[in-house]
Design a protein around this ligand. Structure first.
Ligand code: HEC
Ligand code: HEC
Length: 346
């Protein structure tokens, strides 16, 4: 009888230990995935303004890391072949070398992939500016038939089943994956993509040897009243974010801003692109129709095609061969080759 009671007690003890163990373990697990909000400090170059961050989506280390993983993960496309980074390639300043973007099943889109550096400063997105912010933009490529082709509901199901994402969404948002926190995480990562340490930047920060004599001549031309490049490509990011028709065509196949406004005066107007990292983001223009910087300078030198909406700033420039070379050499000084490396690792 005594031994029987003892073994019951022993079993009970084991059971209690087991219960305590299990509860401690689950408490520990819950502790592990408590939301964390470690502030993420942006590395903003001295000559850059502060970046506007929406109050509903402050930058945290946890969100940036989640967004980074999502950005590089082909899980975002219907057949798991394409990630954001397939088109926005880090080594190519988060752009690519295709004239027009290539999405799932090799489908060709209508536009050239733009760089994502300094995208956190853009007051609106896309070449006709129809998207107001990075959070709203994310949905477009994922659901776009020619880019990633995945239904958002199916994507969230995939993420919920995935051990890393299950944990990291809890850590970053204290919630399972939702459309709102999916787009917030990607937007947070995109805001960390900053490039502002090219030879040109080193020069304006006081290193007078950072530019060659030829580049300095090109810089003078670029900012001159005669060429007027900086009237549109001005400011810290070499764009005034305006919409302009530069006379690339007499008849535009892609009508640009007019797609958003339905105003014929806007046909052929496109958002002025940044010129940072321009030497590695070829080919150029909204449709990738100009292959080299040489082609671009020849185009501007001729003053563009006849078009009723062409900006009055675009006219024949009568550049000498030496001036063309200097201008190209200056544009090359806006490239920061190694900026991408810090985005490949957490
Ligand atoms: C198939 C290639 C492709 C994929 C995949 C892709 N993009 Fe893009 N992206 C483009 C092209 C092309 C544009 C220009 C579209 C336009 O302006 O009409 C663009 C534009 C953008 C812009 C606006 C840039 C600007 O200057 O206005 C952002 C931001 C962006 N993409 C982020 C992303 C993110 C985040 C992902 C992943 C969820 C992604 N892209 C996936 C090709 C791609
Ligand atoms: C009236 C405003 C305006 C002026 C002046 C101007 N640009 Fe542009 N630039 C644009 C716009 C808009 C685009 C994009 C056009 C398109 O995609 O069809 C562009 C495109 C470019 C591109 C290709 C960018 C890319 O990523 O594809 C380069 C390089 C460039 N411009 C350099 C210059 C230089 C150099 C000058 C001076 C000789 C100059 N621009 C003058 C508005 C301007």
């Amino acid at each position: 009888m005594g031994t029987f009671l003892n073994s019951i007690r022993c079993l009970l003890n084991k059971f209690l230990i087991y219960i305590i163990g299990v509860s401690l373990f689950s408490i520990a697990c819950k502790e592990n995935i408590k939301k964390r909000e470690t502030p993420y400090i942006l590395d903003i170059p001295d000559a850059f303004p502060e970046m506007p961050i929406p109050s509903h989506n402050p930058l945290t280390v946890e969100k940036v890391e989640l967004g980074r993983k999502l950005f590089f993960d082909p899980i975002l496309s219907v057949d798991s072949t394409i990630s954001c980074a397939s088109c926005h390639i880090p080594q190519i300043a988060f752009a690519d070398h295709e004239p027009q973007a290539k999405g799932i099943h090799g489908k060709i889109g209508m536009r050239n992939t733009p760089t994502l550096y300094n995208i956190g400063y853009a007051p609106y997105l896309f070449m006709e500016g129809k998207v107001p912010d990075l959070e709203t933009q994310v949905i477009a490529p994922v659901q776009h038939e020619e880019e990633m082709g995945l239904n958002l509901r199916d994507l969230l199901k995939r993420l919920e089943k995935h051990p890393y994402y299950k944990k990291q969404f809890q850590l970053a948002f204290g919630e399972k994956p939702t459309p709102g926190n999916f787009v917030r995480a990607l937007a947070c990562f995109e805001r960390t993509l900053i490039s502002g340490n090219s030879s040109y930047d080193q020069y304006i920060n006081g290193d007078t040897n950072a530019l060659t004599a030829q580049q300095k001549l090109g810089m003078e031309l670029f900012f001159s009243e005669r060429l007027q490049c900086s009237k549109c490509h001005g400011g810290f990011n070499f764009t005034n974010y305006g919409f302009e028709n530069i006379g690339l065509y007499v008849h535009y196949e892609d009508i640009g801003l007019a797609r958003a406004t339905a105003d014929t005066n806007d046909i052929g107007k496109f958002k002025v692109p940044t010129l940072r990292n321009i030497s590695i983001t070829y080919p150029y223009m909204h449709n990738g129709s100009l292959q080299t910087l040489n082609d671009v300078i020849e185009f501007y030198n001729e003053g563009g095609k006849k078009n009723p909406n062409k900006s009055s700033l675009i006219k024949p420039l009568k550049l000498s061969e030496a001036e063309k070379k200097a201008l190209i050499s200056f544009l090359e000084s806006l490239t920061e080759e190694q900026a991408y490396t810090k985005y490949l690792q957490p």
